[in-house]
Design a protein around this ligand. Structure first.
Ligand SMILES: *Cc1c(COP(=O)(O)O)cnc(C)c1O
Length: 366
């Protein structure tokens, strides 16, 4: 579908930059950055690149943040041909703005694109879009503890056509949203609900792609979880094994120090999970990626073979699971020192407080 090999394009796009004349003043920005919450405050600009079957990727722009005008027949509104990514920019003590393993997000974006029959965005363009946004809106990267600028790249089908086939026109966008500490009062264990009635993804489906439809499928079970007094849902995969939380991956810590994470074709492979498991491996822990049954989980907690359970993803980084509830049961989950120490090590690297041995950081403002 695409003419450029994403892995090998080193071409730079020439972005056309239109400054936002209504950009907020420094004092207004500082006021918003004091307590930005999550996902409601946006920076002054956005980046977009068009794709068409004839022209490939073209018209790269940086423009004022604002509404997108779409034809009511745009394919995304009907058939949900859409993908997204999520990563953060961190303000370091030296004033620099850094992001974490963005090439991994770019590659995953393209894996999602392939599954959703969308054009791949050359990794170089993805990275360049991050630099372009930070060049105009870098000042929106907050410097408070555990604060960051959340970056949201996304792509959708904008061709106006009601026939069912991959669209021939797409738009890639990048927006930025300053975000506060996920756990303002310190990390708090979550209670999760085991959804046996609903699945977020099917075998052969789109579970491994970061696409909005998977999230739409998770909303009703999420409401069910809330009715049960739970914060999050854990899903089973098509084989009945533990899958993930719908926006976070899950990891079990065993008595002998081994970290086990479910393997399943419908899991979205988190970059946070890979990184945490790498840090654990660096400390000498054995890592196992294999199917995990509900029985293994519940029995392991009961017998003491499992000593810690946590969820992980970009937004919350690492969240200990305090309780697993399901129809007719509520199992208190054990805690060890390990999860919070891995969380601290990872955030120390992200915020530049510890040596970046793996070369995971990329400076965006220089
Ligand atoms: C984004 C996402 C995750 C976490 O991935 P990270 O790269 O760690 O942020 C986990 N599960 C799903 C379904 C996701 O969409």
């Amino acid at each position: 579908m695409n003419l450029i090999d994403p892995a090998h394009s080193s071409e730079q796009l020439a972005f056309q930059v239109t400054r936002n004349l209504a950009a907020r003043s420094a004092s207004e920005r500082d006021r918003l950055l004091e307590n930005p919450g999550f996902g409601t405050v946006f920076t002054d600009h956005m980046v977009d690149i068009c794709w068409s079957e004839k022209g490939g990727w073209h018209r790269p722009r940086v423009q004022p943040y604002g509404p997108i005008s779409l034809d009511p027949a745009a394919a995304v509104l009907h058939y949900a041909q859409e993908i997204f990514e999520g990563l953060k920019a961190y303000r370091h003590a030296d004033g620099g703005v850094y992001t974490f393993r963005p090439e991994e997000n770019a590659k995953r974006f393209n894996r999602s694109a392939r599954r959703m029959a969308m054009p791949e965005l050359p990794v170089q363009y993805f990275l360049q879009s991050l630099h372009e946004l930070i060049a105009v809106d870098g000042a929106w990267t907050p410097s408070g503890e555990d604060q960051s600028l959340y970056l949201r790249p996304f792509m959708f089908a904008k061709e106006a056509f009601l026939g069912v086939r991959p669209a021939k026109k797409f738009a890639y966008y990048l927006i930025g949203s300053p975000s506060g500490a996920y756990f303002p009062g310190g990390v708090k264990p979550v209670t999760i609900w085991l959804s046996e009635k609903y699945a977020r993804a099917a075998e052969g489906g789109t579970g491994a792609a970061k696409t909005g439809g998977n999230y739409a499928a998770s909303l009703l079970p999420q409401s069910e979880a809330a009715e049960q007094g739970c914060d999050q849902v854990v899903f089973l995969d098509a084989k009945g094994n533990i899958e993930e939380l719908g926006g976070m991956n899950i990891v079990f810590v065993m008595k002998d120090g081994t970290l086990v994470t479910p393997q399943s074709e419908s899991i979205l492979e988190g970059i946070t999970r890979t990184s945490i498991l790498q840090l654990a491996a660096d400390r000498g822990h054995t890592i196992e990626e294999r199917p995990v049954t509900l029985a293994e989980w519940r029995d392991g907690v009961a017998s003491g073979d499992i000593v810690d359970v946590f969820a992980c993803g970009t937004a919350a980084v690492l969240t200990p699971i305090g309780m697993l509830k399901g129809e007719g049961f509520a199992d208190e989950q054990p805690r060890s020192e390990l999860s919070l120490s891995l969380r601290e090590e990872l955030t120390d690297i992200q915020y530049g407080r510890r040596e970046d041995k793996h070369g995971w950081l990329r400076r965006l403002d220089a």
